[in-house]
Design a protein around this ligand. Structure first.
Ligand code: FAD
Length: 449
């Protein structure tokens, strides 16, 4: 029997940072319009960056939830969880689920995130090979480890954010881990050489083996179906039982492709987060949105950007014109105790950029400037004031007069010219500064909303 068509004024595909932010923004503006969220994951929205903590057994699902358990009910949001949206009919305004259900929408949001990139190498389908982008991946690895005990040796292919994050979780579980990174240094897209060196030193001291300049050519097995080792691209063998593929994530474009919605590396959106179809919006890891440092649309797949883009999309879907200022790469990490924050352009492409840096007591601070504006930063060890530098970067503040202070050991809000810190603290320019105010600085970068 044909299933009936469900109607939704607002249909959101993706129940994560972007989707939830959009649903909240819509509800703020439209108290009654039907909102439906579809997700092929079975869980209420959770904080994806915390899946490493889940694997490390430091954070159960209840603590990972992005919103309280009654969020959907309280906001009158219908959910289709554990259901995949299979096909999008743009002309009829219908999304068909894998289960056969159909949903007719007035406004649609694609907040479908990304999919892990999986290389086509021999042995990739063996038991013991995993990707690491969702809670079910963490659960599957956890189950695998429980079965094998702690004698497992792991190869992590890829030394980016996801690879290093999962490595830390494995080490916390007592697993011997090796990172194989194709480029010459780990975390190479979000850190400069010095930052990567500090990270590599910290990981090595924690017992992680790091192999750079190589990749895995083959995953081998001499037991039926199970991993027993890998061969690097130079044929060097490394024994292991577990392989985690963490070479990157690409936008999940399947629903958009073939619909006429303009797609480049990600879905192309304007400042309102509208796609080339004015009734379809998109946000988060699946889009190329405005990057205020590069002045162009780019993939910036981080949680705070997905969230902000989602809010902008939601307001516009509810008929309230809103523009996205733009985001940029922004990361705050703490692997094996080393705090690092980076943002924007960390590896300037040519000499037209000015680089100012400082090293002291195992700390490292660097800012990248272009025409007197901060366009990139790397802070390692002491990241407490990185939020101040990021806000100068975001607000496009001319820093020429006090640029050296930005990397100084004692840098604080008080290092800025008086009119600036007053404006940042919301104080009038009276000329009198109570000493306590100096301590009221923005908190360090916090990922999330
Ligand atoms: C391990 C890991 C660590 C990370 N750490 C950080 C960090 O420290 N800081 C940071 O800022 N960012 C981090 N990120 C990135 C951050 O999680 C993402 O930027 C953010 O989750 C993007 O949100 P989103 O809403 O765009 O998409 P996603 O969070 O990817 O969610 C998309 C959802 O849509 C669902 N979906 C897709 N297609 C369909 C379909 N056809 N039918 C039904 N459902 C569908 C997906 O299953 C998924 O649930 C990390 C990511 C990973 C994987």
């Amino acid at each position: 029997m044909a299933k009936s068509v469900v109607k939704a004024k607002y249909l959101i595909i993706g129940n994560s940072a972007g989707g939830i932010a959009a649903a909240e923004a819509i509800r703020e503006m439209d108290k009654a319009g039907e909102i439906t969220i579809i997700s092929d994951e079975p869980y209420p929205a959770y904080s994806r960056p915390l899946i490493s903590e889940y694997l490390a057994k430091r954070c159960p699902l209840e603590k990972m939830l992005f919103r309280p358990a009654d969020f959907y009910e309280k906001n009158n949001i219908r959910t289709f969880l554990d259901k995949k949206a299979q096909h999008l009919d743009i002309d009829k305004h219908i999304v068909e689920l894998e289960s056969g259900e159909k949903i007719r929408w007035e406004r649609l949001l694609l907040a479908t995130g990304g999919l892990p990139i999986v290389p086509e190498i021999e042995g990739i389908g063996l038991k013991g090979v995993f990707t690491f982008t969702k809670l079910d991946d963490a659960k599957a690895i956890d189950e695998f480890l429980s079965h094998y005990g702690i004698k497992v040796r792991a190869i992590v292919i890829g030394g980016g954010l996801i690879g290093v994050g999962v490595t830390e979780a494995l080490v916390k579980r007592g697993i011997e881990a090796t990172i194989v990174e194709m480029k010459e240094r780990i975390l190479n897209t979000i850190l400069d050489e010095e930052g990567s060196t500090l990270e590599e030193k910290t990981l090595t001291e924690a017992g992680v083996e790091i192999i750079t300049g190589h990749t895995v050519g083959k995953i081998g097995s001499y037991l039926p179906g199970e991993v027993t080792g890998v061969n690097l691209d130079d044929t060097r063998p490394i024994p292991c039982e577990l392989v985690i593929v963490a070479i990157g994530v690409r936008p999940r474009l399947d629903l958009a492709i073939g619909t006429g919605i303009k797609v480049n590396r990600g879905i192309v959106v304007d400042h309102r987060m509208a796609t080339s179809n004015p009734e379809v919006f998109a946000c988060g890891d699946v889009v190329e949105a405005h990057d205020f440092i590069y002045g162009e649309n780019r993939l910036t797949p981080i949680w705070p950007n997905a969230y902000m883009e989602g809010r902008v999309a939601g307001f516009n879907m509810a008929g309230v014109p809103t523009e996205y200022f733009g985001g940029t790469a922004l990361n705050s990490l703490k692997y094996f105790g080393l705090a690092v924050a980076s943002a924007g352009m960390v590896n300037p492409p040519d000499d037209s950029y000015e680089v100012i840096s400082n090293r002291y007591d195992h700390m490292y601070k660097k800012v990248v400037l272009k025409d007197g504006l901060v366009v990139g930063m790397v802070f390692a060890g002491d990241i407490e004031k990185s939020g101040v530098v990021f806000s100068l970067m975001k607000d496009r503040v001319e820093v020429e007069r006090f640029k050296q202070a930005l990397v100084a050991e004692d840098f604080s809000l008080a290092s800025l010219p008086e009119e600036m810190w007053r404006a940042r603290l919301g104080m009038p320019n009276s000329g009198f500064l109570p000493p306590t105010i100096l301590r009221e600085e923005p908190e360090e970068l916090v990922l999330g909303e």
